[in-house]
Design a protein around this ligand. Sequence first.
Ligand SMILES: NC(=O)C1=CN([C@@H]2O[C@H](COP(=O)(O)OP(=O)(O)OC[C@H]3O[C@@H](n4cnc5c(N)ncnc54)[C@H](OP(=O)(O)O)[C@@H]3O)[C@@H](O)[C@H]2O)C=CC1
Ligand SMILES: O=C1CO[C@H](CO)[C@@H](O)[C@@H]1O
Length: 317
Amino acid sequence: MTAKIPAVKLSNGFDMPILGLGTWKSSPGVVGQAVRDAIDVGYRHFDCAHCYANEDEVGEGLNAKIKEGAVKREDLFITSKLWNTNHPPEMVIPACKTTLKNLGLEYLDLYLIHWPLGYKDGLERFPTDENGKMIFSDADFVDTWPEMEKLVEMGLVRSIGLSNFNSQQIDRILKIAKIKPVVNQVECHPYLNQKKLMEFCKSKGISITAYSPLGSPDRPWAKPGEPGLLDDKKLKEMASKLGKSVAQLVIRYQVERGNVVIPKSVHKERMAENFNVFDFELGEQGMQYIDSFDCNGRVCAELGAIDHPHYPFHIEF
Ligand SMILES: NC(=O)C1=CN([C@@H]2O[C@H](COP(=O)(O)OP(=O)(O)OC[C@H]3O[C@@H](n4cnc5c(N)ncnc54)[C@H](OP(=O)(O)O)[C@@H]3O)[C@@H](O)[C@H]2O)C=CC1
Ligand SMILES: O=C1CO[C@H](CO)[C@@H](O)[C@@H]1O
């Protein structure tokens, strides 16, 4: 029997486990076993997306564990995301149904608009022209949102939210929302601690999920040998004084801020290490020290869409 981990109470009353497993870059052939291992370790929250092109195998892993009686569907918290090519209103319900079919589930706990950016619809997830330039669509996310609300009314998803939205874009959604977004999932770690966006979201009843909490060292565009967050000398010093790893330190940092956090790993020992963050505290001083590492160190900037009219990172937060 694994210990139950703490939950964040969402503004619509649902509980969301504060720690989940990321699945971006978890390859087909590997991710199914990773999901099974994660459930054995104690993970009950999985962060998925159509864009990750592995939802079918994530679903196989989840359903195998449900079938063997290790977990029940209602013990799990499953998030997925509407991809940028599916923003036109008539595409939202079919896109969610495709994700449910791939995952082999009847409902999602949370469905997010992955980015405020619409891309040309079609078969490619990253549609580009003959010069390699991303092809945008003129779909506006405020027209997408009412269809997200319909998914709740249809019982296909319990909660809806946003990802990679800035404060002005969130305000545009809030102006028209009948059902409010409960989460904004954004990059968040000591080099990009998102203090202002966190405070803004909190004031609107929106919880933060911290993605790339370890600095995403396996992102495809990382330069070979480039030192990252997990190599930070000062964080290493602090972690070793506490008898913890840097990964545990930066995951704990999010937990103490009340942010949901979704580190990715396909290795069972690392999943266990990342999960083992509930037996120590950083305290006010430790938290303030980690806050001081903030340096606008964004690693997931979706630079191919920097010219998009809804590109979210041209303003401070
Ligand atoms: N909404 C959005 O736009 C985005 C959402 N996300 C979500 O957030 C999740 C997490 O972010 P992600 O970018 O994957 O990166 P993370 O910051 O979670 O880092 C993952 C990397 O860290 C390695 N790692 C994991 N645990 C340890 C450890 N204890 N010690 C050393 N290395 C470790 C993993 O390797 P290995 O697997 O080999 O163990 C992998 O290379 C994603 O998987 C996805 O679900 C991410 C980016 C954008
Ligand atoms: O979740 C994500 C992972 O990587 C993708 C590729 O750039 C991103 O678009 C996305 O935000």
